[in-house]
Design a protein around this ligand. Structure first.
Ligand code: ADP
Ligand code: MG
Ligand code: ZN
Length: 612
C-alpha cells in the first residue's frame, strides 16, 4: 500500500504542474487576443450610417464587426432573421449596405462547437483523466498485492545470451570440481540413475561476500545448459504473512515443470536462520517460509532433475534442519582467492579492457591480499574509469595501482586541505606507523606511505603481507598492535601530550578491537587461558548488529579488561622504544613525506635499508 500512496502523490504533483502550465498558457492567450467589444444592434446601425464599418462577418446569430479604424466588435441578431432583413428593417439604404463587406460563414461545424466548448470542458476533461490514471494505479497496486504469492523468481532460460560458464569463474577449484558432478547429472541423468546412484538434491555454497557464489551458481546452469531460477532469500519475506511460503511453493512448481533445471536461493540465511531464535517481527513469516522450503525439498524425487543450489556467507546461523541429509547435504566452500586466483580473476575482468602492452597483472595480484573476486572486478573497473578520465586509450600499471588504494580506502580527497601544521602532524603520525613496522621483524612490510587524505583518513600507511596467510601467530598480532599505536606514539613524542590530535582515533579503535579478540576469541592471554569469552549472535531485525551474550562472571570481565589494557600497554611501550631510539629515522621519513606526500616501497627501503 505504500507504493499506491506513492503513486498517488506522484501523480497529484504531476497533474498540478500540468494544470498550472495549461492555465498559464490559456491566460496569456486570452490576454493577447483581447475580446471584441460587445455592442447593441442599434449601435451597429448608427456606425453603418456614419460609414465607420468595414466588414461584417455573420457566424450564425453572431455578427463580428470590424471598423475602418481597425477596432473589433461583436453583436447578436435575432435567430432566424437574415442580416439583410435586419438592416432593411432599420432602413439602411442599399448604398450604405454596398459599402460594407458582408461575409457569411457556416457555424454548424464541429470546429465551432469545439471553440465554444473547449475552454469550459478542458479543465474537466483533464481532471477526469488524472483521476482515472490514479484509480488505475491504485488498482494496479491491489492487483500486485493479490499476486504477491506467485514467485518473483527470475528465470534465465537455457541458451540465454548472457550465459555464464565455468570459464568465467576463476579460482575456487575445489568448488568447481564438486559442482562438475552436478553439471554432469543435469546433462545425462540416465547414466547415474542406471547405476542406482542418488543425486544430491541440494548444494550449499558457502563463502564470504564477493567470492563468486552467485556467479558460480549461474555458471553451473550455464555449463549444464539448463534453465536457472533465481530468487534471493530476502525476497521471500514480504509484508504479508504466508507470502513467502506460497512463493516457495510456486517456485518449486515452476522448476518441476521445467526440469532438468536449477533452483538457486541466494542469501538463504535471510530465511534459513535457526528457528526459535531472534526477536524479529517477521519471525513467524520466516519460519513458515523455511518450513515450506524443507517440505518442498523433501517432496520431490531426486531423480526428477531439479537441483537446488543455495548460497550464504553465514553458514553458522543456518537452521540445522536445512543441513540434514536429503536437503542441503552437500556443502561447497568458496575460498578467498590466493595470489594465483587473484591473477586469474584479474585476467577475466581485463578482457575487453585494453591494457598497455607488458602490464603484468601478477604485480596487482601481489598487492591485493584479502581482496575478494568482487573487489578485484571493482578494481579493474575503477582502473578503466580512471584511464578514461585521463583521456588515455590504454590502461597502465599506474592506474591499476591507484585503483587498489581507491578500492581499499576510498577515493583520494585532494580538496581536503590540511593546514601546514596538520600536514606536519600527519607526516610524523604516518612516519611513526612506518618506522614501527619497519623495526619489528614480524610486522608486514611497508608498501606505501602517504599524507594525501583518502576516504576518512588524513594519511595512510599501506602494509602488505609477503604471502597469503590463513593462520596468524600471536607475535604477528603483537607487532600489528604496536604498529597501530606507532602514529599515536610519534605524535606524543614529537608534539607532546597536550598536542595529541584526533587523527589517531581509528587506530586506537582498531588496536582495542584486536586486543579484545586476542583475549576473548583466540585464547592468546596467558592469564585467561584457552577458552572463548562471550557468545555472539546476530539479531534478526537489526541485520548486522551483534548481540554479545556474556557467558562469564563480572570478575572475569574485569580480568578481560585488564588483559586488554596489558596488551595495549605493551604495544605502546614497544612503539615508544622504537621511536625514541630511532628518532633520526622518524625525522627522515617525515621530512621526505612533507616534501613528496607519498613514499613508495622502493624509496622507503632506500631511506631506511631493507627490512630485517
Ligand atoms: P557473492 O555472491 O559470493 O557475494 P558474486 O558472485 O555476486 O559474489 O560476485 C560479484 C562479482 O565479483 C561477480 O559478478 C564477478 O564479476 C566478480 N567475481 C567474484 N568472484 C569471482 C571469480 N572467482 N572469478 C571471476 N569473477 C569473480
Ligand atoms: Mg551473491
Ligand atoms: Zn594512524
Amino acid at each position: 500500500m505504500k507504493n499506491a500512496t506513492k503513486y498517488i502523490t506522484k501523480n497529484l504533483v504531476i497533474s498540478i504542474v500540468v494544470f498550472l502550465i495549461i492555465a498559464a498558457i490559456l491566460s496569456t492567450y486570452s490576454l493577447s487576443n483581447s475580446e471584441p467589444e460587445k455592442i447593441q444592434v442599434s449601435q451597429l446601425i448608427t456606425q453603418i450610417n456614419e460609414g465607420q464599418v468595414k466588414t461584417v462577418v455573420v457566424k450564425g446569430d453572431v455578427l463580428e464587426i470590424e471598423l475602418i479604424n481597425g477596432a473589433k466588435q461583436k453583436t447578436e441578431k435575432e435567430s432566424g432573421e437574415s442580416l439583410s432583413t435586419l438592416l432593411s428593417n432599420y432602413e439602411i439604404t442599399p448604398e450604405k449596405m454596398a459599402e460594407i463587406e458582408v461575409d457569411i460563414q457556416g457555424q454548424s461545424g464541429l470546429g465551432y462547437w469545439l471553440r465554444v466548448l473547449l475552454p469550459f470542458l478542458l479543465p474537466f476533461a483533464l481532471i477526469a483523466f488524472f483521476i482515472w490514471i490514479m484509480m488505475r494505479q491504485v488498482q494496479g497496486a491491489n492487483n500486485r498485492a493479490m499476486t504477491f504469492g506467485s514467485s518473483s523468481a527470475r528465470e534465465i532460460p537455457k541458451n540465454s545470451k548472457d550465459k555464464v560458464t565455468f570459464k568465467d569463474v576463476a579460482g575456487v577449484k575445489e568448488a568447481k570440481e564438486e559442482l562438475m558432478e552436478v553439471v554432469e547429472f543435469l546433462k545425462s541423468p540416465k547414466k547415474f540413475i542406471n547405476l542406482g546412484a542418488k543425486i544430491p538434491k541440494g548444494v550449499l555454497l558457502m563463502g564470504s561476500p564477493g567470492t563468486g557464489k552467485t556467479l558460480l551458481a549461474r555458471a553451473v546452469a550455464g555449463e549444464a545448459n539448463v534453465p536457472f531460477f533465481h530468487i534471493s532469500g530476502s525476497e521471500f519475506v514480504e509484508m504479508f504473512v504466508g507470502v513467502g511460503a506460497s512463493r516457495v511453493r510456486d517456485l518449486f512448481n515452476k522448476a518441476k515443470k521445467n526440469a532438468p533445471c536449477i533452483v538457486f536461493i541466494d542469501e538463504i540465511d535471510a530465511v534459513g536462520r535457526q528457528r526459535g531464535t531472534g526477536l524479529g517481527g517477521s519471525h513467524d513469516e520466516r519460519e513458515q517460509t523455511l518450513n515450506q522450503i524443507l517440505v518442498e525439498m523433501d517432496g520431490f524425487d531426486p531423480n526428477q532433475g531439479v537441483i537446488v543450489l543455495a548460497a550464504t556467507n553465514r553458514p553458522d546461523v543456518l537452521d540445522p534442519a536445512l543441513l540434514r541429509p536429503g536437503r542441503f547435504d552437500r556443502r561447497v566452500v568458496l575460498d578467498e582467492p590466493d595470489i594465483n586466483d587473484r591473477e586469474a580473476i584479474l585476467k577475466i575482468h581485463a578482457s575487453g579492457k585494453p591494457l598497455v602492452a607488458g602490464v603484468d597483472l601478477r604485480r596487482i595480484a601481489e598487492r591485493t591480499p584479502g581482496f575478494s573476486g568482487a573487489d578485484l572486478a571493482n578494481l579493474m573497473n575503477e582502473a578503466a574509469i580512471l584511464t578514461a578520465r585521463r583521456n588515455k586509450k590504454l590502461i597502465s600499471i599506474d592506474e591499476l595501482f591507484e585503483s587498489i588504494e581507491k578500492v581499499l580506502l576510498g577515493p583520494e580527497r585532494k580538496s581536503f586541505l590540511l593546514s601546514e601544521h596538520e600536514r606536519e602532524v600527519t607526516a610524523y603520525h604516518e612516519a611513526g606507523h612506518a618506522l614501527v613496522a619497519h623495526s619489528l621483524p614480524d610486522a608486514d612490510p611497508i608498501h606505501k606511505i602517504s599524507i594525501i587524505s583518502r576516504g576518512q583518513a588524513a594519511g595512510y600507511t599501506l602494509k602488505l603481507p609477503i604471502e597469503d596467510r590463513r593462520m596468524h601467530r600471536r607475535i604477528e598480532f603483537l607487532a600489528d598492535l604496536a604498529m597501530s599505536l606507532g602514529g599515536y606514539v610519534a605524535e606524543q613524542e614529537i608534539f607532546g601530550q597536550e598536542n595529541l590530535t584526533t587523527g589517531a582515533s581509528s587506530d586506537l579503535r582498531q588496536a582495542t578491537r584486536l586486543a579484545r579478540k586476542l583475549v576473548t576469541d583466540f585464547g592468546m592471554s596467558e592469564k585467561l587461558g584457552p577458552r572463548t569469552y562471550g557468545e555472539k549472535e546476530e539479531m534478526v531485525f537489526l541485520g548486522k548488529e551483534i548481540r554479545h551474550e556474556r557467558d562469564y562472571s563480572e570478575k572475569t570481565a574485569e580480568v578481560i579488561d585488564s588483559e586488554i589494557n596489558k596488551l595495549i600497554d605493551g604495544a605502546k611501550k614497544t612503539a615508544q622504544e622504537i621511536i625514541k631510539t630511532r628518532q633520526a629515522d622518524l625525522e627522515k621519513i617525515a621530512k621526505l613525506l612533507l616534501k613528496k606526500e607519498t613514499i613508495e616501497k622502493e624509496e622507503f627501503e632506500e631511506l631506511l635499508g631493507k627490512k630485517g
